[in-house]
Design a protein around this ligand. Sequence first.
Ligand SMILES: CC(C)(COP(=O)(O)OP(=O)(O)OC[C@H]1O[C@@H](n2cnc3c(N)ncnc32)[C@H](O)[C@@H]1OP(=O)(O)O)[C@@H](O)C(=O)NCCC(=O)NCCS
Length: 174
Amino acid sequence: MSQDSLRLRRPEKDDLTNFLEWSNNKELQTVMGWEYPDSKDDLSNWLFDKVQNRNRYFFIIEYQKQAIGDIELCNISWRSGQAEIKICIADKAYWGRGLGKRALDLLLDKAFNTLNLKEVYLRVYAFNKRAIRCYEKTGFSLKGTLRRNDPNWNEIWLMSLTKSKFNRRNQIGA
Ligand SMILES: CC(C)(COP(=O)(O)OP(=O)(O)OC[C@H]1O[C@@H](n2cnc3c(N)ncnc32)[C@H](O)[C@@H]1OP(=O)(O)O)[C@@H](O)C(=O)NCCC(=O)NCCS
């Protein structure tokens, strides 16, 4: 493994320390719209569920041998061939360096070409321009928006990518 390598790996017990640190990051909670559990016991149960659940593929994103975030395929519908993808690079120092796209490409390749899913979708806040740009670069396109007549509600975008589009883009090196 080269020093520059980025890989997805299954969570290990030692990762609890990373998640505890990430659970204190308020900026992450704002862009993600949810929080990591903030006690060691709750995190341990949360992680156990992620690893055991047959309808989830949850991975740690590791870069230069350091855990920098997590990525998962969840809400998998084997019948319709669809799943949701979620990603969080928790350490800000690693944002905007192309690592998000690389991690997405790795999991999407597994989703489409190993698990044989047909479509992967995601939800993202409309204000999260960095994430939206990253998803667009990866091939996702906007399918719809969720709005409410409430000033405290943040607009949500639903974006999706099909297997054929993903494989077409990767063949031509897009
Ligand atoms: C969202 C996330 C996964 C993206 O990963 P990343 O490694 O930062 O993304 P990339 O570097 O691959 O791509 C980001 C792109 O957004 C661009 N960008 C950054 N800030 C931007 C802004 N304010 N407006 C528009 N584009 C922006 C970058 O220039 C880059 O595009 P480029 O390669 O064309 O220059 C990562 O930033 C992250 O985990 N953030 C915190 C949690 C989060 O928001 N998760 C997503 C919830 S839906």
